[in-house]
Each structure stands twice: as structure tokens, then as C-alpha cells.
Write a protein that binds this ligand. Sequence first.
Ligand code: 5AD
Ligand code: SF4
Length: 455
Amino acid sequence: MKYYIQTLGCAMNYSDTERVSSMLEKLGYEKTETPEDADIYIFNTCSIRQKGEDRVYGQYQNVAGWKKSNPRLLIGITGCMVRNTSTKNTERENQDHLLKLLDQLDFVFRINDTHKLGEVLSEAEPRLEIPELEEGGLNDYLRVKPKYQVAHQAFVPIQIGCDKYCTYCIVPYARGREKSRPMQDIIAECTDLVEKGCKEITLVGQTVNSYGKSVLDEQDGQFAHLKDPFVSLLEELDKLTEKGLNRLRFTSPHPRDYNENLIEAHARLQCLTPHFHLPIQAGDDQMLQKMNRQYTFEKYKKLIDKIREILPEASVTTDIIVGFCGETDEQFENTVKAYNNVRWDMAYLARYSPRKGTVSWKAFKDDVSREKKAERWHKLNKLLEACSREYNESMTGKTLEVLVEKFDNETGLAEGKSRENKIVQFPGAPDLIGHVVNVKITNALTWTLKGEKIS
Ligand code: 5AD
Ligand code: SF4
């Protein structure tokens, strides 16, 4: 019996897929690289924008068609599109909306229910022989030991959910209340990874730097003795440098929870990388307030100034939404001014997409036209290209440490990322994959750095 998982969306989803894979393997399934051969096809979905959901609906139609030639095929959905773990055999009033909408869909599960996947499959297809898994240890989905995609890099989740309720965002509804994973579980997972040769770990969560500080964390008290649980976690993980960990990253933090202590940790801790991804979303204070971001541009800029005072060459990146409800030309121009002021070297630009159930969907009008959103997006994208190139040019002549991720046989180029998270290409060899090498940068393009390996 074979499975195939199609993953869409963010780092958290990629990390979750590794846990779903391992759960399916415990249940006796084997991974296939050929989707048409699968007996179970799962979509791990993203709901951040309508575009992501539309992709799932489109591809579902395709996969549903395969049932004609393979009636055994079970189709499932997990990730942010699912509200309610259920199957085609659950009573209709308790079924998720997706089961009502898609008639060939067999089961859906909230990602937090991954450890219950065996029960879900048995309900969806009672004829399946699902082995009983041993009790204990698997009562929490993050305790499912993941099946990592590669040996030298890994995503490690440190929290679930989000309590911030930005008015445009579906995540708090899709992923539920924020709760941090016990520190000893994270340290154990990371230690095991590093002992097996992992060189780069990225800690993932919706607002990683509020680790240990959510309402549910405060209620259970396990972090009560720590002043700054996130920095304490980073300090503990930095000790893995001795065992071979080369770099520690995290994504995504929230500007509201960023403090000097954390910025200083970047300079102090050996494996923490000089890359700061700080989503701003808008440069206009009224928009920020309407988005419920709980900071002003001035406050955000103070963080950036501090970062650049301590680590002047660090990469500073962001997320921006254009065309949020009621955004005037003047308010958008404040975002342009903010861009010119901060000059982020990379930014993920999104056009506002209303999400059913969010505050902005209920209370505000999506009144910026599609054309205006496109126009604003292109204007910012031009600025982004210029700033990315400017940063890359400042790297020319420098020697950067690159963790090699791939090799292209046709061009003979090896490719990896610098500690600043920049793509670097250089003439190399396939056996460099997974190794850290020094590369002298000779040429800067908009999105890529070119260089030569130095021994
Ligand atoms: N519309 C457009 N972009 C969104 N994001 C989150 N919700 C929406 C939405 N409704 C963007 C934000 C966030 C990133 C992950 O996705 O910029 O930081
Ligand atoms: Fe969404 Fe805001 Fe939470 Fe980020 S902090 S996941 S944007 S609600």
C-alpha cells in the first residue's frame, strides 16, 4: 500500500508533512514518488490566500478522476483548510464542510490530530487492516517522530496555533490556540538530528518568538521559571554547535515579541544566523491598527535600527500585504516610504485576499480593486528588486559560508544558502551536497550570488 502527500504553503506545512508521512509508515504504508500509484493521496493545504485553496480544488478534480481506474484510492485533506476531523462515514452534521463539498473525498483531519490518523482511516475504510499502535507517547501530534526529507537540514516545530488574531488572517481559526512544545522535547529532537549529521535547523511556528508566553503556556506553568523562554531555548540549542550544528534559524517571529535580548542573542550565539525575517505587513499606522498588528512603523523601525547597530551586514526581510480593506493611495505610499526607509533585502508581497470567518471579512470591505492591488504590488516589487540587488552587491568580494543543497549536472553549478539565507551558486561537484564550504562572491544578480569555492 502506497501513499503520496502533496504539500502546499509554509515551512510549518512541510514540517507537518514529515509527521504525517511517518504516521502513515507506522500504519504500514510506503511512500511513492508517482502520485498515480498511490492508494492514499493526501493534500496538506494552505488557506492563507484564496489562490492556495483554488489550487487544491483544481488538483482534487484530477485525483478524484483516478478513482475510476483505482477504486481502492482514498483521498484525504489536512492542513489549514480543515476545521473538523471527520470522514465520509461520519454523520453528516458532524462532517467537515469539505466532505460536503467534494463527493470523492474520503477523509479530512486537523493537523493536530495526525496521531489519530489510524482511527480516521479505519472509519473512512472499515475494510482496511490498520495496526493498533502502542499506547502513550502518541497522544500529541508533535510527539510523532517525523520522517525527515533530507539529512543535513530540518524544520523543527516549537509551537502550534496563534493567539494574535491579525484581522486578515485565517491561521488562528485554522490552527487554534497557541501552545508551546515542551523545551526538552525540542532539545531531544534537535540533538537526535545533529547526531545524525544535520547541519541546519529551522525552528518553525506562527509567532516563534512568543514561545512559552501564550495564555495556555502560562496556565500550565512549565515556562514560569524562565524570563525569556525563546532566548533560553536558543541558548540551549546553541550548545549543539559542539556536536556539529552549523546554523540555527527560526520562522516567523512577530515584531511585537522581538526585544533587544533576542537581537543580542544573534550576535552572541554561534549558530544563530544573521538573518531577521520581521513581517511588517504595512508601513501605515492606521492600516497597522486596522490589521491589529499592535505596533507602529516607528516602533518597528527602532527594532531594525538596533539590528543594524549590532549586526550591520545582517539580512533583514519582511512580508507585506497590499490593498488591505480601505487602503488609500496615501496609505499605500506610506508603505512605499517605509520600504525606501528600511530597504528590506527580501520581501514576500501579497495582495489582500479576504478569508471567510476573519474579522476583516466580517467587518471591513474588500474595496481596493483587483487592478489597484496589482499596480501596488508591481510598484513594491520594483523596489524589492532594487533593494535585493543592492544587498547582493554589498556581498561582492566577501567570503560566505554556504551549506550546499543541490548540484546541476548540466551547468556544473553547486547551489546552497549563505548564513544570511542568500542563494549562492558556484562551480562545484555533487559530493558537496550537505557540506558547508567557503565561497568568495564574484558577481551579484538580483536574487542570486555567484562565486568561487575557496579551499
Ligand atoms: N491576504 C493576503 N496575504 C495574507 N497573509 C496572511 N493572510 C493574508 C490574507 N488574508 C500573508 C501575510 C503573512 C504571510 C504568511 O501571508 O503577509 O505574513
Ligand atoms: Fe496570522 Fe497574525 Fe498569527 Fe501571523 S501573527 S499567523 S499573521 S494571526
